[in-house]
Design a protein around this ligand. Structure first.
Ligand code: GLC
Length: 440
């Protein structure tokens, strides 16, 4: 059994840490300008212009079963989709606003279809819900708001009552956690309670747990869906630590107690969450695979994002990236699911350019070869500990010797604790070969 113990949390994270890999989906009106999901804020787009997106939102090619099939093929086991992003537009049929997909040419509840499709593929279903809302009339203007630079921003903001907005959020969270069956993850985003405007914006205040009334909001969510996993971004610690656009190189620890925590890195295929037509920083196949392995090798989950187009499909670049995962996971997922950071004594044997994961039951150790060495892989300290070794992708035996490297100048690399894997000269498998070691 793995000896790593994480800080206890209220939600059910057991399935989550076994499943390891999920799909993030950022989809909303911002797919239409196709210049990042923060476009309204960044470009301070006037309401009248943003309304055009609402008027013309028509995802005629939306087929979430297709997304779900691709997610599943990629080896993803759960998904988290935006039900509302910072722009405030609701992708579900809410009683509490008119600013929702059913009132656009889309004409239907897009979240309902997502939930049905992903469940049908056997994937777990999560909801992202933005705490920030740039459309709601009771949301006070602050320094992250698209109207922050309007000369009359203060007048516009006067009389807005954040308590009414907090109530609106509770109403919507109640809808989301009541009308769609079991929801596995709730992903709130995000708090900036410590921030304050500067200069002529000094009256602008950030928003955090007091404004969101997080205690009540979280309490409501727990009451409606007791086992649900919730992130920490409502400014009150819950189940999930969520490093974003950053890859931890060690297991994430609680900042006060130092305990290991349940964490999930969220990442993009290119540099934007929402569909971005002209963005070019698409990650290479090697990087995509390595990020997944790196994550699990230090005890985390990876939530990899797709930003579907406004017509409702995943563009060719996103599909190609998912295919990279599919091709690798098809034969190598055993080193990901139900795996975690290798035990400290095994990690000591880690050869250069490799990553280890270990099954939670402790019986199998996986060596991921990021760079492919010639001839031999030396594992110091593992002599006597391995019963059998094979490449994971094709279950072909990897022979090994113990005690010494057998080569012409016999004796040059002798050490009693040495385990030496004998490798074929040409790298087998796809992108990152994995060697599976059955431990004694
Ligand atoms: C951020 C951004 C956002 C994105 C999210 C994903 O905090 O505001 O656009 O949805 O991170 O983690």
């Amino acid at each position: 059994m793995s000896s790593y113990v994480t800080r206890k949390t209220p939600g059910d994270t057991a399935w989550f840490t076994r499943d390891r890999f999920g799909m993030f989906i950022h989809w909303g009106l911002y797919a239409m300008p196709a210049r990042h999901e923060w476009v309204k804020m960044r470009e301070m787009i006037p309401e009248a212009h943003y309304d055009l997106y609402f008027k013309h939102f028509n995802p005629d090619l939306y087929d979430p079963r297709e997304w779900a099939r691709q997610a599943k093929a990629a080896g993803m086991r759960y998904a988290v989709m935006t039900t509302k992003h910072h722009e405030g537009f609701c992708m579900f049929d809410s009683q509490f606003t008119d600013y929702k997909c059913t009132n656009t040419p889309a004409g239907r509840d897009l979240i309902r279809e997502y939930v049905d499709a992903f469940r049908a593929e056997g994937l777990r279903v999560g909801f992202y819900y933005s705490l920030i809302d740039w459309h709601h009339p009771e949301f006070p203007i602050d320094m992250l708001h698209p109207r922050r630079d309007d000369p009359d921003a203060r007048e516009q903001s006067r009389g807005r009552d954040v308590r009414k907005y907090a109530e609106y959020m509770r109403n919507q969270v109640r809808e989301l956690l009541t009308n769609y069956g079991k929801v596995d993850i709730l992903w709130f985003d995000f708090s900036y309670g410590q921030r304050q405007g500067e200069g002529d914006k000094a009256w602008m205040k950030g928003k955090g747990k007091d404004e969101w009334e997080s205690e009540e909001l979280l309490g409501l969510a727990r009451e409606l869906q007791p086992g649900i996993i919730i992130d920490n971004r409502a400014e009150i610690e819950q189940d999930l630590w969520t490093p974003e656009q950053y890859q931890p190189t060690e297991w994430v620890r609680h900042y006060e107690t130092g305990e290991l925590v349940t964490w999930e890195a969220c990442q993009t295929l290119s540099g934007s969450w929402g569909y971005h037509r002209d963005e070019q920083t698409w990650k290479s196949p090697e990087m995509l695979i390595r990020m997944l392995i790196n994550t699990v090798s230090v005890g985390g989950n990876l939530l990899m994002n797709v930003g579907p187009t406004a017509r409702g499909y995943l563009d060719a670049r996103a599909e190609a990236a998912l295919k990279v995962y599919a091709d690798w996971m098809r034969y190598n997922s055993r080193s990901i699911y139900g795996c975690t950071m290798a035990e400290p004594d095994l990690l000591k044997a880690l050869p250069p350019d490799c990553r280890m994961t270990q099954s939670l039951d402790g019986k199998r150790l996986y060596l991921h070869l990021f760079a492919y060495p010639f001839g031999h892989l030396l594992l110091r300290g593992l002599a006597g500990r391995v019963e059998y070794a094979q490449f994971l992708h094709d279950a072909s035996e990897v022979r090994f010797t113990e005690g010494a490297v057998r080569h012409f100048s016999e004796g040059a690399a002798k050490a009693d604790d040495l385990l030496v894997l004998e490798l074929p000269p040409v790298r087998p498998g796809y992108l990152v070969p994995v060697i599976e070691l059955f431990l004694r």
